[in-house]
Design a protein around this ligand. Structure first.
Ligand code: MEZ
Length: 535
């Protein structure tokens, strides 16, 4: 499968392997970390961002592609819409069927609420399902939530919301025990102890995992659990396309759209939780992505139009090891667990140029520098650049059979293209992976819009300017659970009697007109536009 030029470079990686096994990893001085971030990380490409012209974050910079959808018009023709014809009534409406939505549904139902979970695609089609390497929790003797807290804050550039980080790390050990009690099969030793490894930026081994499909395993169990509870109603292929508020200014539900027929359903709810995930399918700066097809920033668009404040919308995460070759899997995730198990990163000359477990922002910037500035990347037949991830090193370091056991999905992914991960390095390059920011929340998921909660990747603040591996699966569980509990409690206190309105849409259109916005963009876009991007 590799070209002769690539084979020549692979020979250099193989030749340096024995030496690299005993040599010290290269290390970056703190100043150098900042320098390469500023020079090579996509968050610092000035003309890829612009200031928002309307809404609660007016004046704040965000990627051009996200600005387009945040400033867009609603798909709802509000004067013509009959808000008196309610199709579904519920206590808690959850928008989104990934990990955060499922956790929220379980905890809201447990708290006695009637729950409706509406999801754009199938229940479980979400970034949670695609997370591979693991979930962090400080539940070992040599670790503590305080240690975890310091790692999260350090990884996030010391910008994180401290209360959210506190909630994340404090709930983590309980979340692992809860997931296990529901049936998640984490990797354990023969005597029943959880196996944990490092991720980038972790000072302790606290990554719990299920082989290299941890997210799929967690989603499998959460989805089954939701399906087993009768008082949770799930509607698939029904994305929310607009929020509905009431005359008290509280969020009071949403308009769902049957994605097949286009028919609208008015779902009235005492409280609403947005759990729609991220925005990788907006392909910022034309990057490929690890994200599922539905990751189009829908929740941010809805919450923003309703008046919610967003946080950290100027920072995205580029996972260092996206597949750079073969082209059929361009941008797909090569889990950080590969590096967590010991694989090193090499340039075209077979030399290590960066510590493999730097935080993702720094690691990605170092890959880009190696290819763009130093000219030591490897070029593929379609003109992509990449660096080598020396996966075969894992079996040398940890014993033959480790790769097959620990990375079965990765092995299968590459085998389809004639590449043997056990024997050959693979080519990787940063890929758009995660939205570091989102709707600003409190530790219970509450937003600046009354009765509107947000959980998971659609929220912003906990990860600061860079998330660590394994804190996303954790985030969806911690804040999904918290939002579910808080939304159910708020629903119990809710007083009926306020009329439904689209006043926020009238305000929005006035603000757009005042800002001179008269383009035809309508959002949420629901699915990526591959005709425009030509992907
Ligand atoms: O948290 C993540 O993003 C994750 C687990 C990804 C991975 O590399 O496997």
């Amino acid at each position: 499968m590799y070209t002769p030029e690539m084979r020549e470079s692979i020979a250099k990686v193989e030749a340096s392997r024995a030496r690299r096994m005993s040599e010290r990893h290269p290390s970056l001085a703190p100043d150098e970390r900042q320098d390469i971030l500023k020079k090579f990380h996509p968050d610092f490409i000035a003309d890829a961002f612009r200031a928002l012209r309307v809404g609660a974050n007016r004046g704040d910079k965000t990627p051009n592609e996200l600005a387009d959808v945040l400033e867009a018009r609603s798909p709802i023709d509000s004067p013509a819409f009959d808000l008196n014809r309610v199709d579904i009534e519920t206590d808690v409406l959850i928008i989104g069927g990934g990990g955060a939505g499922a956790c929220a549904a379980l905890l809201a139902q447990q708290a006695g609420a009637r729950v409706l979970l509406a999801t754009k695609l199938r229940f479980g089609d979400a970034n949670t399902m695609m997370a591979q390497g693991g979930i962090q929790a400080a539940d070992k003797e040599n670790d503590s939530p305080a240690q975890h807290y310091l790692d999260v804050i350090g990884g996030g550039g010391f910008a994180n919301d401290p209360d959210l980080v506190d909630a994340l790390v404090s709930d983590a050990p309980m979340v692992i025990a809860w997931l296990e009690s529901l049936g998640v099969m984490f990797e354990k030793t023969r005597d029943g102890e959880m196996v944990t490894i490092h991720g980038g930026g972790t000072s302790r081994k606290r990554m719990h995992f299920s082989r290299d499909y941890s997210g799929a395993e967690i989603m499998r169990v959460l989805r089954d659990e939701v399906r087993n509870r009768d008082s949770i109603r799930v509607i698939e292929f029904a994305p929310a396309i607009e929020l509905v508020l009431n005359s008290r200014g509280q969020c009071a539900g949403a308009i769902l759209q049957n994605i097949e027929t286009g028919e609208h359903l008015l779902a009235r709810a005492k409280t609403t939780i947005i759990a729609t995930g991220g925005s990788g399918r907006l392909h910022y700066q034309n990057f490929p992505t690890t994200n599922h097809y539905g990751a189009t920033a829908d929740g941010l668009v809805l919450a923003y139009r309703a008046g919610a404040k967003l946080a950290f919308i100027d920072t995205m995460q580029y996972h260092p090891t996206g597949a750079a070759y073969p082209e059929q899997i361009l941008g797909q995730l090569v889990t950080e667990k590969v590096r967590g198990l010991g694989a090193q990163v090499c340039n075209a000359d077979g030399e290590q140029f960066v510590y493999p477990l730097e935080t993702r922002d720094v690691e990605s910037a170092a890959f880009i520098r190696e290819c763009r500035e130093r000219g030591r990347g490897i070029k593929t037949p379609t003109g992509q650049f990449g660096v080598w991830l020396d996966a075969p090193l894992i079996d040398r370091l940890r014993g033959v059979g480790t790769i097959a056991k620990e990375l079965p999905a990765m092995v299968r992914q590459y085998k389809r293209f004639g590449i043997d991960l056990v024997k050959e390095p693979i080519l990787v390059y940063p890929t758009l992976h995660y939205q570091n920011g989102g709707v600003a929340i409190k530790p219970d998921g509450a937003t600046s819009v009354p009765n509107l909660f947000v959980a998971g990747e659609a929220s912003g603040g906990v990860h600061g300017r860079n998330r660590l591996m394994g804190n996303s699966l954790l985030d969806v569980c911690v804040f999904g659970r918290r939002a579910g509990i808080a939304a159910a409690e708020r629903a119990r206190e809710y007083q009926d009697g306020a009329a439904l309105t689209f006043d926020h849409l009238a305000r929005w259109e006035r603000a757009r007109a005042d800002a001179g916005l008269n383009d035809g963009i309508v959002a949420p876009i629901l699915l990526p536009d591959y005709t425009r991007h030509g992907r």
